[in-house]
Each structure stands twice: as structure tokens, then as C-alpha cells.
Design a protein around this ligand. Structure first.
Ligand SMILES: *[C@@H]1O[C@H](CO)[C@@H](O)[C@H](O)[C@H]1NC(C)=O
Ligand SMILES: *[C@@H]1O[C@H](CO)[C@@H](O)[C@H](O)[C@H]1NC(C)=O
Length: 800
């Protein structure tokens, strides 16, 4: 400095005017010493007061001390303010010296001092650099400013060492330097997302000053990383059972993305999915959870393959496959579908007839879908497996509607799951009737008793037959079997009401004609062909006392008619010498009824001489009660009442005329008068010719009678002797004297009485063989008369 000062002084000296240079090293504050002005002007300290140093300047930057003559800074000097950024800056002024007056030109050069550091506007510089920017790219950096001038403001930039970045400085058109950051190598945010560098600006001062700015480099993310699934293939043998509840999460896929922000935001979506699967699975786009939208059904699909894509915000993606395997659960009961079925079956259907065709299906698989079928209960049906899952229900044996008319066949199907699921189907089967049952009568045979003389149309009995069949096949109708009764068709006697089986008598029945009816009633059902059965019906006709006894002998007057000898009948002979108990006559009567109704008894109702005769109660024999006396009238009249034992009893009377005579002449006389009386009673004209004729006949008859009597007496005697013999000697011994025997409705009687019984004959003649002799005899049924000479005979059923 001293050297500079001396040189400047010399230069000033050399200049015509005395110019003094001072330089101020730096901006100085007030009162700072600039330099020893007086000394430099050559003035000594002693002379100073006299010389009166004065500064002439517009602005009083400086002052001079009057005592020591030094120049001081009066006011703070600011070079930048006074001179700006010019390289040289000086203040010149004149110094006046008095005594002698002299003027000196003084120039104070104000020198720059490196007192300013380079300054960056900000202390931090934030830079966002995309990680994808290629190396070599440049980024302008902040320029630093230095308030100093000249060398002091000359700036050099420096950057902290970093392999990724270097610094380049270019020159701006205005000459200033522009620092630039140069990317040396590719960035990877994922490796290093930020850098902190320091940019330093150094000035050229001495000592140099520097300023720094912190450069914070933020590597901005580029979507350079795709999302990556944690597994490429998610083999979720989810063994997800098909009954997983709706809403469950089956699997959660996760993908990661190294990028950040939007580029790292992953959304999941199905990439490839079937229509059906899309209805079943839901993918949460945020979480990657695959949930169930609807219940799974193994039977609809047993596995699903889903392709899931994860996509980040930058559009990069990754794909993963999810295989979901569904396991079967026995959630389906077997289903029985009746493909076709009969609702009715005829009971005569053959064993093995197909009744229904069923299809049995189970949606499950494996054992869960294996179905076993069976039929409930003990029914005559069995299952036959047809093809695959078809079953036939067939009859196992023949059916019988009469036992079971309706079946509810329950077919049960159970699968092999655990627990096993079941289902069943009921087949309603009606068994149709076949006419396989004939009507069956309630009783094995029917019999009824009907009193005779019934009203026509009277109900006799009702037969009843049932038929186990159904409907028309069970509709029983009755009819009469063929038959004849006494030559007339049975149907003229009885009829059967077809619907009710009531048997009616069509006419009044007469026991005396028909004792019983044997008939068949046929019951026939309405089937086609009809079945029938018959039952025998026996109708017994019960006798009623509807027939009065009929006197056969003596013939009633009305019955005699005008036949020859009619007058003779009814006149009995009784010798006056008769012993008491001698048989005089026998009243013969028959009763067409049977039993009690035909059991006759005889009573003497009226007699001329009641004490003379008596009548055997049951024999009808008229015997003398005592010997006839002389006073007894020759002609006796007896009225015998014949009564049966019916209830009420019926009776008939027989009138007997008995002639008591000593001799045949007397007898004839009496008989003649009797005949006359009889003739008179009959109202016949008593012609003489007739009378003679009568007499002649009577005479012959009497002779004959006498002969008979003789014969009779002989026989009686012989018979009497035989009676005394041991009983073994005669077949007819021991037979009661009066005895009714019935043969074919013929009433006959035994009598030990000889008489001419004059009876009318009828066509049916027969001969009876007597034990010893043959008696020509006409016999007849019932009301028919018997003509013959009866000595002694009886009829029995099997022997005579
Ligand atoms: C069969 O079932 C029906 C109802 O379905 C019932 O009315 C009928 O009585 C049943 N028959 C038998 C024999 O069980
Ligand atoms: C009644 O049935 C039997 C068999 O039971 C038969 O022999 C007879 O001929 C039948 N009679 C009539 C009249 O049908």
C-alpha cells in the first residue's frame, strides 16, 4: 500500500497539479481515519493551526482534524451506493491551505472489500425429477448473487459429490454463469427416492466467501413397476363345501406394487370369467377378496377358474389364476319323479304287471348321489330296476280287491350320504273289481213254515245273498229255480222279488194239496259273465183245521143221490136178541186235515132211546148198551156227532137208523117202511112199480146180507179161536182195532165189521192184496171213495 501511495504521489507530482490520492481499503464508518492528509501535504504539525486546512466538497464525506491534519470519514461511506457496481470508485475534492493559500486536489479512492458473500435467494431448492428422465438431462439451478464487485463478485459453483448428479455451468447471454444439474445415471425412485445436494457459490475474493443452497431432489414416481401377485396361481383347493354361506370370503388375492401413489394403487378385477361364475363370485376391487354372491351348488359346477387382474393407476397389470374347487355336500335329497303310473288296476292283473315307472335322481355326486329305493310296508308290490335311474313298480302277486281295495304304495329313496337324505312318493292305486265272487247266501239252506190258507201275496221268507265284489258285480238279483209242483210250474206258487230276495206265496196254499214246497232260489250278480249260486228253500205248509170231518158212513142223505139202494144205506140191523155191547154199526168219518185236526171223536148226540146205544169215542162203533127190550121201538134213530180236535173244532153229524128186528121178514118190513120213509123224505112219488122194484132188490140184498152175516159169524168164530192161540201165529195180531193209517193221502181204517159199504169209486183204481184173500177194492186218494166188500183189512204204509 505504501508503495502504491508513493507511486500515486509521484504521479500527482508529475501532474501539474498536486494531486493526492488516498485509498480506503474498505467502507469505513464515521470517524475512521482515511490518511494523514497534512503530512502528505508536507505540512508540519506546528504550522497547522496557521495554515487552516479546509476541505471543499459538496458533501461532507470527510473531515480533517485541525490538530493533527489527519483525514477522517465524516459520514459512513457506501461504495455500492456511491458508485454502484463500477470497478473504480473515488471521491475527489479540493483542499485549501491558507497562509499561503494553496489548493490541493485530493482524491480518495474507495476500494472494494470482499465483504459480501454470494447469496442464493432461497436456502432450499426443491426439485422434482421424474425417475424416468434419461441420464444427461439438465436442470437449471439457482443463481447466486454477490454484492461485491470485481473479483469479489466472481462466482464459482460447486456441488456436493454424488454419483447421480454433476454440475455444469453455462454462461448466460448477459455473461452471468448459470449452474445446471446434470443427471448422470438413471434414477429409480424405488431405490432412492430423494437426494440432498448442496450447491455452493464461491466468490473470487480473498479470502473467498461462499454461499450455499440446499438442493433437495425428489425423485418423482413413474409407473415403472407393475403390480405383482404374491402367487401366480392360487390353487385354492378351497375344498369350499357347497354350503358355504353367501357372503363368505373364499380367497383373498394380494398383489403389491412398488410404485407409489396412483401408480401403486392396485385395483382388482376379473379378467376372464364365465357368465355363471360372474353371478356367483364377487371380487372386491380394493381388497382382492373373492366372496360369494349366491350359494354354491356342486351340482351346477364343481370347479371354477377365475383370472384376476390387478391393475395399478398407471395401467400396469398382473394376472393371477384362482382355481376354486367345490366339494360336494349331501344337500340334495333324492327326487322321485313318477314318469307314469296307473291309478287303477284290475284285481286279476297278472303278477308282474307294471304299475308305475319312476325316475329317481339325486343331484349329489359320489355316495351322496347313490340312491337306494324301497317300498314301505307289506304290499304286494316290488321294485324292479329298469335302466339307469328308472324303476318299475310291479305287482308281486295277484291282488284281491275283496281284501284290499286300495293301496297307497310308498316308494322311498334314500341316498348314501351321512346323514342320508330321503324322499318318498305315494302311488295311490285303486284295485278294480273283477267279478270273481259269486253271491253267497247267508244261510246254507232256508226253511219256513207257512200256515195254509194264507193270503195270496203273503211273505214267506226272505233269502239274502251277499257278493264280495263291487258295484255291478256285487248287485245280486234273485230268481226262482225251475221246478214243478203237482204238475204246475213252481212259479205259479211262489215268486221271488229280484231285488230283495223276498219270497212271496202267489196263491193260498192248501196243506191238503201240498204239504211242502222245495225250491231253489238262484242269486245272480250283475257281472259279465255273471256268477250265480243257489240255495235250497223248503217251505213247510202247516195244517190248519179247515176241513170238517167227513162222514163216509153212513153216507149223508145228500150224498146218496138217486142211485139204487140209496135208501138202503144208513139203515142198520140189530137183532133183538143182541147181547149188550154188540156191534151195531160203525160211523166212518175222515178228516182231510192232519194231526189233531184230523183226530176224530164220536159222540152220540141224539137217540130215540139214548140208553140203548153207545158210541165208541174214537172208534165210532155203535154198540148196544143193553139188550134191546120188547118195548123198544123197532126203529131207532141215532145222531152221531163227529168232531175233530182242531181249534176251533169242526164237526159233522151222521144219522143212523137202526132197525131192531126179530126176523128177516120183520126186518124187511121195517126196512120197507124205512125205505118208504126215506123215499118219502126224499120226496119221491110212491109209484107201485118203483115200490115193487125196491122190494125185489131189498129182498135180494137181504138174502145176500144174510149170507154174509153167516159167513161173518163163521169167520168171527175162527178168528176168535186164532186170537187165543200164541201170538206168533199171525202177522196182523196186536194191531189195534181202530187205527188210522195214511197212505198217499188216503184215509183208511181198520174195522172188524162186515157191511156192505157202498161208496163211489174213482178212476184211480188199485188192487189191494189181502193176507189171505183178494178183495177187489177200489181205493182212491183222499176224498175218493172206496168200493168193495170190506171184511177186515187195514193199510199200513209198508204192509197190508
Ligand atoms: C291313501 O291315501 C289317501 C289320501 O291320500 C287316503 O284318503 C286313503 O285313505 C289312503 N288309503 C289307504 C288304504 O291307506
Ligand atoms: C244248485 O247248485 C248245485 C251246486 O251247488 C247244482 O248242482 C244245482 O244244479 C243247482 N240247482 C239249480 C236249480 O241251479
Amino acid at each position: 500500500k505504501e508503495a502504491v501511495r508513493g507511486r500515486e504521489r509521484r504521479l500527482a507530482d508529475l501532474a501539474a497539479f498536486q494531486r493526492y490520492l488516498f485509498s480506503l481499503a474498505r467502507e469505513l464508518g464515521r470517524g475512521s481515519l482515511v490518511g494523514p492528509l497534512a503530512r502528505d501535504l508536507g505540512l508540519s504539525a506546528d504550522e497547522l493551526p496557521a495554515r487552516k486546512l479546509r476541505l471543499s466538497e459538496e458533501k461532507q464525506y470527510f473531515t480533517v482534524n485541525e490538530e493533527n491534519g489527519n483525514l477522517y470519514v465524516n459520514e459512513r461511506l457506501d461504495r455500492e451506493e456511491m458508485c454502484g457496481a463500477t470497478a473504480t470508485c473515488s471521491v475527489s475534492f479540493e483542499v485549501l491551505v491558507h497562509n499561503p493559500l494553496n489548493v490541493f486536489n485530493v482524491e480518495v479512492a474507495i476500494e472494494d472489500v470482499n465483504d459480501n458473500s454470494p447469496i442464493f435467494r432461497k436456502s432450499f431448492l426443491d426439485l422434482d425429477i421424474d425417475e424416468m428422465i434419461p441420464p444427461g438431462s439438465r436442470f437449471p439451478l439457482e443463481i447466486a448473487h454477490d454484492a461485491d464487485a470485481g473479483r469479489n463478485s466472481l462466482l464459482i459453483y460447486q456441488l456436493t459429490n454424488d454419483p447421480s448428479f454433476t454440475l455444469a455451468v453455462t454462461e448466460n447471454p448477459d455473461g452471468s454463469k448459470q449452474p445446471e444439474l446434470v443427471l448422470e445415471r438413471a434414477l429409480d425412485r424405488e431405490k432412492q427416492s430423494s437426494f440432498e445436494l448442496v450447491l455452493m457459490a464461491v466468490d473470487g475474493g480473498d479470502p473467498a466467501r461462499s454461499g450455499t443452497v440446499q438442493v433437495r431432489i425428489n425423485v418423482t414416481d413413474a409407473n415403472d413397476n407393475p403390480p405383482v401377485f404374491s402367487k401366480k396361481v392360487y390353487e385354492y383347493m378351497v375344498r369350499a363345501p357347497e354350503d358355504v354361506p353367501v357372503g363368505s370370503t373364499l380367497v383373498t388375492v394380494t398383489a403389491t406394487d412398488a410404485d407409489e401413489g396412483v401408480n401403486g394403487e392396485i385395483k382388482y378385477a376379473f379378467k376372464k370369467i364365465t357368465e355363471r361364475a360372474s353371478k356367483i363370485f364377487h371380487l372386491d376391487s380394493e381388497t382382492g377378496a373373492v366372496t360369494l354372491l349366491q350359494s354354491l351348488d356342486f351340482e351346477e359346477g364343481d370347479s371354477y377358474e377365475l383370472q384376476i387382474q390387478s391393475r395399478d393407476g398407471g395401467g400396469l397389470f398382473d394376472t393371477a389364476e384362482v382355481a376354486i374347487t367345490i366339494t360336494d355336500i349331501n344337500d340334495n335329497a333324492p327326487v322321485i319323479s313318477v314318469r307314469s303310473a296307473l291309478s287303477e288296476i284290475s284285481e286279476d292283473a297278472k303278477s308282474g304287471t307294471v304299475v308305475a315307472l319312476l325316475q329317481v335322481q339325486d343331484q349329489d355326486s359320489g355316495p351322496n348321489g347313490e340312491v337306494r329305493c324301497s317300498i314301505d310296508g307289506d304290499v304286494p308290490f316290488r321294485l324292479e330296476k329298469s335302466l339307469d335311474d328308472y324303476y318299475r313298480v310291479v305287482t308281486a302277486r295277484e291282488l284281491d280287491r275283496e281284501q284290499v281295495s286300495e293301496y297307497n304304495v310308498t316308494v322311498r329313496a334314500a341316498d348314501g350320504g351321512s346323514p342320508s337324505l330321503q324322499s318318498s312318493a305315494v302311488l295311490c292305486l285303486r284295485v278294480l273289481d273283477v267279478n270273481d265272487n259269486a253271491p253267497v247266501f247267508a244261510e246254507e239252506r232256508y226253511s219256513a213254515r207257512v200256515a195254509e190258507n194264507n193270503a195270496a201275496g203273503a211273505l214267506v221268507l226272505t233269502v239274502r245273498a251277499t257278493d264280495a265284489d263291487w258295484g255291478q258285480n256285487a248287485r245280486v238279483r234273485y230268481r226262482l229255480g225251475e221246478g214243478r209242483v203237482r204238475g204246475a210250474p213252481l212259479s205259479s206258487y211262489v215268486s221271488v222279488q229280484a231285488e230283495t230276495g223276498a219270497l212271496y206265496a202267489l196263491r193260498s196254499l192248501d196243506y191238503e194239496q201240498v204239504r211242502e214246497l222245495r225250491l231253489w232260489v238262484v242269486a245272480e250278480d250283475g257281472g259279465a259273465p255273471a256268477l250265480s249260486s243257489n240255495v235250497s228253500v223248503e217251505v213247510q205248509i202247516v195244517d190248519e183245521n179247515d176241513n170238517a170231518p167227513q162222514v163216509l158212513y153212513p153216507a149223508p142223505a145228500a150224498a146218496l143221490g138217486s142211485g139204487s139202494g140209496g135208501a138202503w144205506s144208513g139203515v142198520e140191523l140189530a137183532p133183538r136178541w143182541s147181547e149188550p155191547g154188540a156191534l151195531v154199526a160203525k160211523v166212518v168219518a175222515v178228516d182231510a186235515d192232519a194231526g189233531q185236526n184230523a183226530w176224530l171223536s164220536y159222540e152220540l148226540a141224539k137217540a130215540t132211546e139214548p140208553a140203548l146205544f153207545r158210541v165208541g169215542l174214537h172208534s165210532g162203533e155203535v154198540r148196544t148198551a143193553r139188550s134191546p127190550l120188547a118195548r123198544d121201538a123197532a126203529r131207532q134213530s141215532l145222531v152221531v156227532v163227529v168232531k175233530d180236535h182242531g181249534r176251533p173244532a169242526l164237526s159233522a153229524t151222521a144219522t143212523l137208523s137202526v132197525v131192531l128186528a126179530e126176523s128177516v121178514a120183520e126186518l124187511l118190513a121195517e126196512m120197507g117202511s124205512a125205505a118208504d120213509e126215506a123215499a118219502a123224505a126224499a120226496g119221491e112219488p110212491a109209484g107201485s112199480l118203483t115200490r115193487w122194484l125196491v122190494l125185489a132188490v131189498a129182498a135180494v140184498s137181504c138174502l145176500f146180507l144174510a149170507f154174509l152175516l153167516l159167513l161173518l159169524a163163521l169167520r168171527l168164530r175162527r178168528w176168535h179161536r186164532q186170537q187165543l192161540l200164541p201170538p206168533a201165529s199171525g202177522a196182523l195180531r196186536g194191531v189195534p182195532v181202530s187205527h188210522f193209517v195214511g197212505i198217499d193221502g188216503v184215509r183208511a181204517f181198520l174195522q172188524s165189521y162186515s157191511h156192505d159199504v157202498s161208496l163211489t169209486a174213482d178212476s184211480r183204481k188199485s188192487q189191494l192184496r189181502f193176507s189171505r184173500r183178494i178183495f177187489p177194492l177200489a181205493i182212491s186218494d183222499r176224498s175218493q171213495r172206496v168200493r168193495g166188500f170190506v171184511h177186515r183189512f187195514f193199510f199200513t204204509k209198508d204192509r197190508l
